[in-house]
Design a protein around this ligand. Structure first.
Ligand code: FAQ
Length: 320
């Protein structure tokens, strides 16, 4: 394709100033000029991220009524509420780029939008709640700590706040699994079974290998992604493998080995066919997750209507 047409973004003189700002480490703010592709990529990524938080309430939320103690129930309720709040911050961040809440919600509920593959796996036992906190929040934090340094101001600031809350999520999950791993034989079996089922999906949630990641090049160029998918995955593995082994659990990867030269834990092959099946809507829980979100959306219609009526009445009173 010719790159000398009028649409060629590289011919826009504002692009040089925009890229210079990013190179100086300045944040791009909502009213600032930005290339259309920068805006499009951010809306894509932030809305997918918001949907992930919103759907991500479901696997753990199912366990609130069955938590084994008041303490565990209170922690879990706080965590699930936090995920709802994260969805709100992120939908707002996407709105600063011109996306509307209605469009984003329609894209999610109609199945057009993506959200993280990880939330299409079932939470079968109570230990899954702990393993989600330790592994899924652990992987999310690795990725989001990187995004806290991204070039778009509202996304970067949302990430700072979300990461501090998710650090608590990570800690409570780890504490729970360490307790069960040192507990009765039945508790140890439950913790190991949860690790067996969540390990590989947690590696997958950090995205395809770099050579199969079409968005990384442009996201890196404009300071949105500061590390590649494989780099973040390696950081996650290096931190979590020693801790899981220390807890007496075994990692369900017969090829896993420590490489002295690089200081990295090297994992075996990831089942990318499974990953893409899940991303395309054919994972174990895709249909159930969307049905639950659609039900909640319809069930909550009266709240949106009441808020709109209240807003209209308040505006009318202020005008009087
Ligand atoms: N699932 O070119 P790339 C959480 C898609 S939050 C589904 O590498 P990119 C908190 C990707 O969209 C978890 N689709 O993409 C929590 C693209 O398709 P598109 C969510 C995926 O953007 C914890 C295509 O594959 N975090 O867990 C996935 O450069 C516990 C090619 O991929 C975020 O969203 C996937 N896993 O890198 C909540 C963080 N991976 O859009 C409750 C922000 C890739 O071109 C409980 N997002 N795809 O049609 C990101 O950092 C990036 O978007 C990546 C993917 C790293 C996820």
């Amino acid at each position: 394709m010719s790159m000398t047409t009028a649409q060629d973004p590289r011919l826009d003189p504002r692009l040089e100033a925009f890229e210079a700002r990013i190179a100086r480490g300045e944040k791009i703010e909502p009213g600032d000029w930005m290339p259309d592709e920068y805006r499009r990529q951010l809306i894509r990524m932030i809305s997918q991220h918001a949907h992930s938080e919103y759907v991500g309430m479901l696997p753990e939320g199912e366990w609130i009524t069955r938590a084994p103690s008041l303490r565990r129930k209170m922690i879990l309720m706080a965590k699930v509420q936090d995920e709802a709040g994260h969805g709100q911050y992120l939908y707002h961040a996407a709105e600063t780029l011109g996306a509307t809440r209605e469009d984003m919600m329609d894209a999610l509920l109609s199945g057009r939008a993506k959200y993280s593959s990880i939330f299409n796996y079932p939470s079968l036992t109570w230990a899954d709640v702990g393993m989600i906190g330790w592994l899924v929040d652990g992987a999310a934090i690795k990725n989001q700590t990187m995004l806290a340094g991204c070039s778009y101001g509202p996304y970067s600031r949302a990430m700072v706040r979300i990461c501090s809350e998710e650090t608590f999520h990570h800690k409570q999950g780890k504490e729970m699994i360490l307790t069960y791993a040192a507990g009765t034989p039945a508790q140890r079996r439950m913790a190991q079974d949860a690790l067996n089922r969540w390990w590989w999906p947690s590696l997958m949630m950090l995205g395809p290998h770099d050579q199969d990641s079409p968005n990384t090049a442009v996201l890196s160029r404009w300071g949105i992604k500061l590390k590649s998918n494989d780099e973040v995955r390696q950081e996650f593995i290096n931190e979590h493998v020693p801790e899981l082994l220390e807890a007496g659990l075994s990692i369900p990867d017969p090829d896993l080995r420590f490489d002295e030269a690089s200081g990295n834990w090297i994992h075996g092959p990831i089942n990318w066919d499974e990953f893409w099946a899940v991303v395309k809507g054919n994972g174990p829980m895709n249909r159930a997750r969307l049905e639950a979100r659609r039900f909640a959306h319809e069930d909550g219609a009266w709240v949106r209507e009441a808020l709109a009526a209240y807003g209209a009445r308040s505006q009318a009173q202020a005008a009087d």
